[in-house]
Design a binder for this molecule. Structure first.
Ligand code: HEC
Length: 104
């Protein structure tokens, strides 16, 4: 079966964009309530995550999940997630560009 040229071209155009931006993790909604969907915290006392090192974010999330970082607010938020879910969340926030704060 032959693939129409228009379909082939649209696939070529779509691929690079998909490779650069990680897919939005399914669990992002909860995190966004405190950290913002782009990793810019929306409330005092919550750290920004945008552009943070990927391995640091991944380790931090594992530490909350496994109790080595025993901070109840984050332990409750992260819950019993899989390594794959942690990885998706870490990749998402690491890929965001840090923005200057709105209020100095
Ligand atoms: C209710 C608010 C709240 C929610 C919801 C929340 N967090 Fe947090 N998060 C915090 C606070 C507060 C801290 C700082 C905790 C500490 O002192 O270790 C934190 C810390 C972190 C850190 C460590 C940052 C660092 O610099 O060490 C990561 C990574 C993180 N959160 C990711 C997430 C992800 C991913 C989700 C969604 C599953 C999430 N958080 C949901 C409030 C929240």
């Amino acid at each position: 079966m032959r693939i129409p040229l228009s379909v082939a071209l649209s696939l070529l155009v779509a691929l690079p964009a998909g490779a650069q931006t990680p897919a939005k993790p399914t669990r992002l909604g909860l995190c966004a309530a405190c950290h913002g969907s782009t990793g810019h915290a929306s409330m005092p006392g919550v750290p920004n995550l945008a552009g943070q090192q990927l391995d640091y974010l991944r380790d931090a999330l594992k530490q909350y999940r496994d109790g080595r970082r025993n901070v109840p607010i984050m332990r409750a938020a992260i819950g019993p997630v899989s390594d794959a879910e942690l990885d998706a969340l870490a990749r998402w926030y690491s890929a965001q560009s840090p923005q200057p704060r709105a209020h100095p």
